[in-house]
Design a protein around this ligand. Structure first.
Ligand SMILES: [Fe+2]
Length: 345
């Protein structure tokens, strides 16, 4: 027997919602943003820059924000007990991280860079150019703030995680393969240049690399789909934040028994499938389609081994039968050879 549906429990705002209200910047909700350059950003006192939250996918495990630094400006120094992954979308600059003022480390980046802020280090971003810098960050602030619900503990905590950041070492030069499809690093200079490993279980031609960045448990990966190819559909829990970094195509999502939605995607598009929402990625352009996804746990701290049956992938011949022929037809119209056939020769 199935248990009856239970309405959500309403006890007023969560600690994360109370925190966000004080932040004084907009919050974009929903599942899709066509172009992160179009997100309206407002003065953000805590960060000392312009910003907007992205609260996508109807969940409070992860959030994201868009931050813009006007030319020649820098963010305010700060630290906190939630993890932050950064994808630099536009501009050029540097970030400084430290435990003690006397032992600061600075690394430079330009558009396409991915890195993490080591947990609870003080940090500051600098725009070194004459153009605005705009970046996307993913954090686990909702989870951490709802768990501890105490700003002093989260934002003014003196604990130094020396296992994650060693000021005496050139921390941001660490870079090594963990195993197939897994890499440990602190800074990926260019999301579109990093060589990926084959990942055929996700679809023909699909390639991926999962990253552990700066010792964070918050996971991320780069995935690509060659011209004429697509992923299979799968679903899992909510909280993934996917941003397209190269190419064009569409993403398709739906929940069991509900209507399918298609999002047109290009560099700067962001989407976040909701809880148990099937999702697939389709390349309809002449070049490789690549995305950067912030999701789940990093390779070393992954709990994927405990995946339930709810984390499932749909084989090509079991998905709704009209999807793949329509995709092949669309490729044909654009003069692109479809690389994925229902029946392999
Ligand atoms: Fe997924």
């Amino acid at each position: 027997m199935r248990l009856p549906h239970r309405d959500p429990i309403r006890l007023g705002p969560t600690p994360y919602e109370v925190f966000q209200e004080k932040e004084g910047i907009p919050s974009v909700k929903g599942f899709f943003i066509e172009d992160l350059m179009d997100v309206e950003v407002k003065p953000w006192e805590r960060m000392g820059a312009l910003g907007s939250y992205l609260n996508l996918g109807e969940q409070q495990e992860t959030d994201a924000y868009i931050c813009e630094l006007p030319p020649g400006s820098q963010t305010k120094a700060q630290r906190h007990l939630f993890e932050t992954l950064v994808y630099m979308h536009k501009g050029r600059g540097a970030t400084t991280v430290w435990f003690e003022e006397s032992a600061k480390q600075t690394f430079e980046w330009s558009a396409g860079a991915i890195f993490a802020i080591p947990l609870n280090v003080s940090y500051q971003h600098f725009n070194a150019s004459n153009e605005p810098v705009r970046f996307l960050a993913g954090t686990n602030a909702p989870h951490v703030i709802n768990l501890f619900h105490n700003d002093d503990f989260i934002f003014r905590n003196p604990f130094q995680f020396r296992d994650r950041f060693r000021p005496e070492r050139e921390f941001f030069q660490e870079n090594k393969r963990l195993t197939v499809r897994s890499w440990e690093s602190n800074l990926v200079p260019d999301v579109n240049a990093f060589a990926l490993d084959d990942y055929p279980m996700k679809g023909k031609g699909v390639r991926i690399m999962r990253f552990g960045l700066a010792g964070t448990t918050y996971g991320c990966h780069i995935q690509e789909f060659p011209a004429g190819s697509r992923s299979l559909f799968h679903r899992h829990g909510p909280g993934a934040i996917v941003t397209v970094t190269q190419g064009e195509g569409f993403a398709m999502v739906w929940r069991e028994g509900e209507k399918r939605t298609r999002f047109e995607i290009k560099p700067g598009s962001i989407y976040s499938p909701g809880d148990l929402m099937y999702h697939g990625h389709f390349n309809t352009g002449p070049t490789t389609l690549r995305h950067f996804a912030m999701r789940g746990r990093s390779p070393k701290y992954s709990q994927d081994r405990y995946r339930t049956k709810l984390h499932e992938m749909i084989p090509l011949d079991e998905e709704p039968p009209e999807i793949h022929p329509a995709y092949l037809e669309e490729l044909k119209r654009k003069g692109i050879k479809g690389e994925v056939q229902l029946v392999e020769e």
